[in-house]
Design a protein around this ligand. Structure first.
Ligand code: ADP
Ligand code: G6P
Length: 458
């Protein structure tokens, strides 16, 4: 068997020092076999970037970095990836910023990267491309004569056809997608949108085996909900909690990148409604919101931090007392082990995105709980995770009263019901962890094109 070559915009660390992220853990085993390679963007930009991939050897697998000039990087990453595709794919067409140089940079990066990859790739290798930053890669690789099988996984949601068509080059985007052998999605919702978009954009036809027929060839598509290292995260939480004092009051917790898709103002509005409607809970609970800034050079992200500071300050001003601060707001990243303990010691996990590919925080919160006294997950109906995690309290983030009622229900929930819900959620997670996710995708990618999902054991 050939090598596995993983390609993503963010590369893993070259010394393995920050491997805690799910993807690296998921792919380490597959990459360590047969000399695997992870190709990713260099963490820093270069005025004179190398024209070749810059190779680093880790003990487990090789990492090859692609370097970009600062302006090209900004137009590709801050521009097209995060000012066009991220808002469009998350249903925020009002936030799309169209500039010809963004689209040009997006193509140029994929084309340049394809040339660099083509120099090292062999026909029996398997290439797995991750996420919206690199959609055109298969197109450029195939144009260069690369013959190996190429798969793509979309970590973010795929919007419906009308929203997708707001992307100025949407037809080209569909053609780029059709150049993959396999496209994986987080949810059935995304998969259904892909079928409609292929039908409309390329006269694609859904085949009996679940693949899409386009111009005489088949593109395999499938739903592969991503997950976490469930037992590893559970252990981290359980071991860390032994030496940690529980909080003085039952705690609600939210952990998110400071992104407009995460529904943070809506979460605070729900909490405010809860405190107004149920005054008996004042001074009896607290909300800890951890939200590190992200992509803060993109205009659409500039105001979120001050908006959140304003909202949490208002709740603290309106409801707080000398002895009680209703909202604690931290805008910093936390070490993973500390986060796991915070999840375990929180009575309620609040996950309220307006639209989210999966939302791993929801899964981490459940994995971290003490099964004898578990907390309750409140989960937005618009998170991909809601398709699987139906035993959570499912809410509509646009409705503050619904969020307030769910908070009340979670805090009042008897131990028996908490255990029942948690047992269901945990059992599903345990049977569907990140190792299973990557194995299922790779197995399908290795299978011949005309084999449908029913013929590939997951
Ligand atoms: P997204 O990929 O859109 O950021 P997810 O919820 O799927 O959303 O994944 C976020 C990941 O980042 C989770 O593993 C989560 O634990 C981690 N994370 C989010 N906020 C923080 C933080 N403040 N400190 C450390 N890790 C964080
Ligand atoms: C989401 C995207 C990833 C991205 C991550 C962090 O999870 O799906 O592709 O890497 O957010 O965003 P950043 O822009 O910092 O890489």
């Amino acid at each position: 068997m050939g090598r596995l070559i993983v390609v993503s915009n963010r590369a893993p660390s070259i010394d393995g020092s920050s491997d805690s992220g799910g993807l690296v853990v998921a792919l380490k085993d597959a990459l360590s076999k047969d000399g695997g390679l992870w190709i990713g963007g260099a963490p820093e930009q270069h005025e004179n970037p190398s024209s070749e991939l810059v190779l680093h050897h880790r003990p487990d697998f090789d990492v090859a970095l692609f370097e970009l000039e600062p302006e090209l990087h900004d137009d590709y990453y801050l521009g097209y990836s995060n000012s066009v595709l991220w808002p469009a794919f998350h249903g925020r067409v009002d936030l799309i910023v169209v500039k010809p140089r963004y689209a040009a940079a997006y193509r140029q990066v994929a084309e340049r990267l394809a040339r660099q990859i083509a120099e090292t790739v062999r026909d029996d290798d398997l290439i797995w491309v991750h996420d919206y930053q690199l959609i055109p890669l298969a197109h450029y690789l195939k144009a260069l004569g690369v013959k190996c099988r190429i798969g793509f996984f979309l970590h973010i949601p795929l919007p419906d056809l009308q929203t997708f068509m707001a992307i100025p080059d949407w037809r080209e985007m569909v053609k780029w997608l059709a150049d993959y052998n396999l496209i994986g999605f987080q949810t059935r919702r995304d998969l259904a949108n892909m079928i409609t978009i292929f039908r409309h954009g390329l006269r694609g036809e859904l085949r009996a085996n679940g693949n899409i027929g386009i111009n005489g060839r088949e593109v395999a598509i499938g739903c592969f909900p991503i997950s976490i290292d469930v037992q590893g995260f559970r252990r981290l939480a359980a071991e860390g909690a032994v030496a940690t004092e529980p909080p003085p009051l039952p705690r609600l917790i939210g952990v998110d990148r400071l992104d407009y898709s995460k529904g943070l103002p809506q979460r605070l509005a729900g909490y405010e409604t809860f405190l107004s409607k149920y005054p008996q809970f004042r001074s009896k609970v607290s909300l800890l919101q951890i939200a590190p800034p992200t992509r803060d050079d993109v205009d659409a992200y500039k105001d979120i931090r001050s908006e959140l500071e304003h909202l949490s300050g208002k709740i603290n001003g309106d409801f707080g007392t000398i002895d009680w601060t209703p909202v604690q707001y931290i805008h910093r990243a936390m070490p993973r082990d500390e986060l796991a303990v915070l999840f375990r010691l929180s009575r309620v996990g609040l996950v309220t995105p307006l639209f989210d590919g999966m939302n791993l925080v929801a899964k981490e919160y459940v994995a971290a709980q003490d099964e004898a006294d578990p907390g309750v997950l409140i989960l937005s109906q618009f998170a991909g995770a809601a398709e699987e995690m139906t035993a959570a309290l499912i809410i509509n983030p646009h409705n503050p009263v619904g969020i307030a009622e769910a908070i009340k229900k979670a805090l009042d929930m008897p131990l028996g019901e908490r255990i029942e819900r948690h047992t269901t959620l945990y059992a599903h997670l345990e049977g569907n962890d990140i190792a299973r996710w990557s194995a299922a995708f790779l197995k399908r990618l290795r299978a011949p094109d005309d084999i449908g999902p029913d013929n590939v054991a997951r």
